[in-house]
Design a protein around this ligand. Structure first.
Ligand code: KG4
Ligand code: ZN
Length: 336
């Protein structure tokens, strides 16, 4: 079964073709980062219009890369939420129309389930039951994945998501958009321990996160020290170390609570080298850690094609209407 996946939840147009026998046949990605950089963040209307402009040419490129025709597809999946409503609708409309014209099934999938399943595209895919750390621009969640499609949220951020905290702190440090990768690079130049930021909500029980205080901490540190390039790098390091440490502490806690020995880290922030290195250390404690390759940590079409295939294979179908959901709790998904 060959499935075309379409991702348009935010500022990336991702298209991919997944084949049940041969794996990933093609994936193409257009990032809108330069378009939004001037504004310091994603402008929703510009995002929708850019998706509309590039969806069809990118689908053509993906079909070409996979050396196949639209008629060879057996299904289409698209991100139905959570995300920006206009951006979601752009992908949904194209997916639905294409599937209808080809007479094949179509399915709207959950963006975070896409992230969660992305490591399954790697040569040694993780087997549930497992614990998942989902860290993106909009979400920070610890998820108990009993099996594919059954998700229980064990903890999540009560304010900013980890990626959002990276982006906002990057802005304070005068770094461009998107902030996560830029802050990571600056932090790698910084001196560990010159500034020490708190590890929020780690001194009490529970698996929730709170990252918004760290940007206030950044601001205060910037105001009270001499502002030079070294200081900025040291602050970036203190911030990144605090986020990574907090995530690792909570993962360890959740692994203990669930008794699981497998951990998946996914979503944009899981591309962070320091986080990956710290989580890898858990293997010394008998925990197997899985990540997507870095390009599949951030938004992409491959994870949507794969998640779509998993559910289409199980017989899940949508009707002709195409609802999209800007907000969509992961735990509401039906089991596969
Ligand atoms: O999963 P994603 O591409 O989009 C959402 O679903 O939100 O995640 C994007 C987020 C952004 O906040 C971005 O700054 C962050 O992931 N990010 C990173 C890194 N790469 C992307 N944060 C820290 N280090 C990185 N290397
Ligand atoms: Zn995402």
């Amino acid at each position: 079964m060959r499935v075309l996946g379409i991702e348009t939840s935010c500022d990336e147009t991702g298209i991919a073709i997944y084949d049940s026998e041969h794996g990933l046949l093609a994936h193409v990605l257009r990032t809108q980062a330069p378009l939004h950089a001037n504004y310091g963040g994603v402008v929703p209307e510009l995002a929708s219009r850019d998706h509309v402009r590039h969806l069809i040419p990118l689908i053509r490129s993906a079909l070409c890369e996979a050396s196949c025709e639209a008629q060879d597809l057996a299904g289409v999946s698209y991100t139905a939420g959570p995300g920006l409503i206009g951006a979601l609708l752009a992908g949904a409309a194209v997916a639905r129309s294409l599937a209808w014209s080809l007479g094949i099934p179509c399915l709207g999938v959950h963006h975070m389930e896409g992230h969660l399943l992305a490591p399954m595209l790697e040569p040694t895919p993780p087997e549930p039951p497992l614990l998942a750390l989902l860290v993106s621009g909009g979400h920070t969640q610890l998820v108990d994945m009993a099996r594919v499609g059954s998700y229980r949220i064990l903890g999540e951020s009560v304010d900013d998501a980890a990626g959002e905290a990276f982006d906002k702190t990057a802005k304070l440090l005068g770094l461009g958009y998107p902030g996560g990768p830029a802050l990571e690079r600056l932090a790698e130049l910084g001196e560990a321990g010159r500034f020490v930021f708190p590890r929020p909500m780690t001194n009490r029980p529970g698996l929730n996160f709170s990252f918004s205080g760290l940007k206030t901490f950044t601001l205060q540190t910037l105001r009270t020290t001499r502002d030079d390039q070294k200081t900025r790098a040291d602050i970036a390091r203190a911030f990144a170390d605090a986020v990574v440490d907090t995530l690792v502490i909570k993962c360890r806690r959740a692994l203990k609570a669930t008794g699981y020995r497998r951990l998946v880290a996914a979503g944009g922030v899981s591309a962070n080298r320091a986080l990956r290195a710290r989580l890898r250390e858990l293997s010394g404690e008998g925990i197997q850690v899985y990540y997507p390759r870095p390009e599949f940590c951030t938004d992409n079409g491959a994870m949507i094609a794969y998640a779509g295939w998993v559910r289409l294979r199980a017989g899940h179908r949508d009707g002709l209407e195409f609802p999209v959901r800007p907000r969509w709790p992961l735990a509401e998904l039906p089991p596969v």
